[in-house]
Design a protein around this ligand. Sequence first.
Ligand code: ADP
Ligand code: MG
Length: 216
Amino acid sequence: MLHRHLPGFIEVICGSMFSGKTEELVRRLKRAQIARQKTQVFKPVIDNRYSSDHVQSHDANRIGSRAVDKARDILKLVDDNTRVVGIDEAQFFDESVVDVAQKLAYRGIRVIVAGLDMDFRGLPFGPMPKLLAVAEQVTKLSAVCVVCGNVASRSQRIAAPQGSESTRILVGAKDLYEARCRFCHEPDADAAMQATLPMSLGVSVAPPADEAEQRA
Ligand code: ADP
Ligand code: MG
């Protein structure tokens, strides 16, 4: 009998908001399903924009997923016969997501991770730099700059609920962010912005103390 080599490796899909990361993740997972490979998809609990049991693109392309509190929960939840694991919005997990992805890959699983490479200030986002470093394959996608039409690599925060100007994590889509290129991106615009939206439009989470210190 032919003995198949286990194809454990890590793929990272990164880019700005609206660059099509989730769309690409869903596309790859659907193809794996066509190949009759068991897939499982996870996302952090914090990303509640569309649904807690799906990952969904801004274009309404979606696939069933499980929301987890911590990246380490994924290790316990992956079934023995799962061949492909998708993780969306990986930037919201802590650094342990890197170890989780590595462990899954060593188990012979194809791990597809999607996440924002930069936050709204244009700074590397959470565990993404490390994930990019350990991945076998990296795909960096771009959106269209809504100001000039060029290639957009940055996410511009365009509105923030009252009192959240300095927070890094504010989950939202078109009402809170837009895609911009390097030259149209204004990383500090957020600070000067007047609050215009009610809290219900997004989730705001205070940054960890060490991060707040770093940025002070
Ligand atoms: P991401 O997960 O990277 O935020 P999605 O996969 O959710 O992106 O959404 C990508 C879709 O967003 C595109 O196919 C397009 O329909 C839509 N979209 C909205 N605004 C833009 C933009 N400025 N540039 C590119 N696509 C955009
Ligand atoms: Mg997405």
